[in-house]
Ligand binder design. Structure first.
Ligand code: NAP
Length: 278
């Protein structure tokens, strides 16, 4: 599955909607990205998101805070952005340094600006099938499946990983499409045998090539959200490609879809806050 190509289509539409918003309001949709510390991978992600935003005509605000920032200080900064009428969407780059209460910081994002879909409000709304912003990587996975016309009804879907912003919401979105969902995690007794039952596998672990090709049911659809040093995913791609009917590469699969959903939801937020129909 070519995530770069599908993301390009979504972003082309984001660019058009951004221009229309600017013409109607005289303002640019604005995404504020908050980065705490100087982790090189996080710096790169934030820069990529900012560059892409500007290319498409959005405004991008980067707030870089020192690694020693306290939870209280971070919550105050995010609270300020939540109340700033010129900011439509807020992204807190994950992970934050370990002394910070990341959940408290996420919850300081106003739900109507939670374009990264990380708050309890967004997770609850998504799980209940109510309007709101979805977590971007799971949202990107679903849009990729839609682009390839994968009908999830009745399929066995196995999600490896249960983090609040990736594994869990991916499972809830698959469930909402009538897949039968199983979550696996670090205590799963026999990962290979669970994966052998899967028509759809979502790998969201952070362990290079954990999922082996020989574990897959022939014809399985494989989405690899993993992004490990050296551009390696959580799935052993070459082996898995021999068994899978559809598979995402790393890079060029789930990653570009995540950014596309983030910017799409930022434009949605801008329209909603201006009281306009998207
Ligand atoms: P995370 O918070 O570290 O969660 C990892 C999950 O994997 C946990 O639920 C953990 O289980 C599970 N796990 C760890 N070892 C396992 C094993 N041996 N077998 C089965 N499950 C295992 O990570 P995350 O934030 O969800 O990210 C996961 C991966 O996705 C990373 O590679 C990250 O870089 C990538 N990612 C990509 C994007 C993108 O845009 N493509 C966005 C976000 C993240 P426990 O719960 O039991 O600990």
């Amino acid at each position: 599955m070519d995530g770069s190509a599908v993301a390009r289509e979504i972003l082309a539409r984001v660019g058009e909607r951004t221009m229309a918003f600017r013409n109607r309001t005289g303002k640019k949709p604005c995404l504020a990205a908050v980065l705490v510390g100087d982790d090189p991978a996080s710096v790169t992600y934030v820069r990529m998101k900012a560059n892409r935003s500007r290319k498409l005509g959005l405004d991008s605000r980067e707030v870089v805070l020192p690694a020693r920032t306290s939870t209280r200080e971070l919550v105050d900064v995010i609270g300020g952005l939540s109340g700033d009428p010129d900011v439509h969407g807020i992204l807190l780059q994950h992970p934050v340094p370990s002394h910070i209460d990341e959940r408290a910081a996420f919850e300081a994002i106003a739900p109507h600006k939670d374009v990264d879909g990380v708050t309890m409000h967004s997770f609850g709304a998504m799980s209940f099938g109510l309007p709101g912003f979805v977590s971007c990587t799971p949202g990107g996975i679903l849009r990729l499946l839609d682009a390839y016309e994968v009908d999830l009804r009745g399929m066995n879907a196995v999600v490896v990983g249960r983090s609040p912003i990736l594994g869990k919401p991916a499972g809830m979105l698959l469930l909402a499409r009538d897949a039968t969902v199983t979550f696996c995690h670090s205590r799963t007794a026999d990962l290979a045998s669970v994966i052998a039952t899967a028509d759809v596998v979502v790998a969201a672990v952070g362990q290079p090539e954990l999922v082996r090709g020989t574990w897959l049911k022939p014809g399985a659809v494989v989405l690899d959200a993993g992004y490990n040093p050296g551009n390696v995913g959580d799935v052993a791609f070459a082996e898995a490609a021999e068994r899978a009917s559809l598979i995402t590469p790393v890079p060029g699969g789930v990653g570009p879809m995540t950014i596309a959903v983030l910017l799409d939801q930022t434009v949605d937020a801008a329209y909603a806050q201006a009281g306009l129909r998207p």
